[in-house]
Write a protein that binds this ligand. Structure first.
Ligand code: NAP
Length: 344
């Protein structure tokens, strides 16, 4: 462990340039800078040591050349959610030794000049990496996306796509806890096994092995779908629309199948919203961050009581980060994809 004031090497991941199509490892640059472990004199921020970084699909959006302030600049450091330890603080809300999660740069040591949005971690009887997932942004997404946007009722028929991933595995288990009948889709046999044997989905389908998704959904849902938790978009959404029950709800969490396309696929069956009176609603995790305390209380109890289990896919070291991040778009990750940087 380096001492305050010491000058140390600082491995970093830079974003090379805007990406079109599937991102490649060469879209990122691994470099090593040096950093003095001391806050700049006029700083109001915190100096942190990065412990875990999270690979999230939204990061692909930030790689596009779009006129949004919230995107990566060519040559700049990548950033995303992560967990860190405060080494030095000039901010009244934080002290040396605090553990935090929030937006971090992809580097081993970092100065966070605006730490107001970092969330302090108080519960450390669970793995710290969980604050990139089940107890962090993806957990909030699953919890409020399911409970608030889907308005679930006991006994309803629920379909979850990208079901073995960070968000999907939680939605499936939350739906089971509500007493719903839950079907999940994923893209490999290993993931299908996980859904059935670890997360307790009632039925599963491997969308890569189904030539007719509509028929597969009719097989899994002979009475139709009440709730679709949408993670992938494209053809899956079109097939789901043909199988929704009256007054069904579609929570549009994401559409990962579209993120690398320059021309988005159309959706052909939207007309079904009308006769079936379906409510289709998009949402963003950040809308619920202010409810973090309620969320934490519920999710920590589920974890401690063994009611919810969580699978992570961990790579080690910043140099492994780019491959792990782009692997989200080919389904390489099995569970929540994280990058472990340090355990100190
Ligand atoms: P994840 O599921 O852990 O990882 C992504 C998975 O998506 C991959 O493992 C892969 O699994 C699947 N996938 C990739 N390309 C696909 C394609 N073309 N067609 C179908 N499936 C594909 O990711 P996550 O973090 O849980 O995110 C899931 C979704 O939630 C994403 O759409 C993300 O953008 C969204 N999200 C939204 C919010 C929000 O605030 N609204 C917050 C977090 C996440 P398979 O092997 O099964 O293909």
């Amino acid at each position: 462990m380096a001492d305050i004031g010491e000058e140390v090497k600082n491995k970093q991941v830079l974003f090379r340039d805007y990406v079109s199509g599937f991102p490649k490892e060469s879209d990122f640059i691994i470099t090593t800078a040096t950093i003095r472990l001391k806050l700049p004199q006029a700083s109001n921020g915190v100096l942190v040591k990065t412990l875990f970084l999270s690979c999230d699909p939204f990061m692909r959006m930030l790689m596009k050349n779009q006129s949004s302030a919230f995107s990566y600049s060519p040559g700049s450091l990548l950033f995303g959610y992560g967990v860190a330890k405060v080494l030095e603080s000039a901010h009244s809300d934080f002290n040396e030794g605090d553990l935090v999660w929030g937006m971090l740069k992809w580097e081993e040591y970092s100065v966070v000049e605006d730490p107001g949005k970092l969330v302090k971690i108080h519960h450390t009887d669970v793995p710290l990496s969980y604050y990139t997932g089940i107890l962090g942004m993806p957990g909030i997404t699953a919890y409020f996306g399911f409970h608030e946007v889907c308005s679930p009722k006991k006994g309803e028929y629920v379909f979850v796509s990208a079901a073995s991933g960070a968000v999907g595995q939680l939605v499936g288990q939350l739906a089971k806890l509500m007493g719903c009948h839950v079907v999940g889709s994923a893209g490999s046999r290993e993931k299908i096994e996980l859904l059935k044997n670890k997360f307790g989905f009632d039925e599963v389908l491997n969308y890569k092995e189904e030539h007719d998704l509509d028929a597969a959904l009719k097989r899994c849902f002979p009475e139709g779908i009440d709730i679709y938790f949408e993670n992938v978009g494209g053809k899956t959404l079109d097939s789901v629309l043909l199988n929704m029950r009256p007054h069904g709800r579609i929570a549009v969490c994401g559409m990962i199948s579209q993120y690398n396309l320059d021309q988005l696929e159309g959706v052909h069956n939207l007309m079904r919203l009308v006769p079936q009176r379906i409510r289709m609603e998009g949402f963003i995790a950040n809308d619920y961050f202010h409810l973090n305390a309620n969320f934490l209380e519920a999710m920590l109890s589920y974890i401690r009581e063994g009611k919810i289990t969580y699978v992570e896919d961990t790579v080690h070291g910043l140099e492994s980060g780019p491959a792990a991040l782009i692997g989200l778009f080919s389904g390489r990750n099995i569970g929540k994809q994280i990058v472990s940087i340090s355990t100190e």
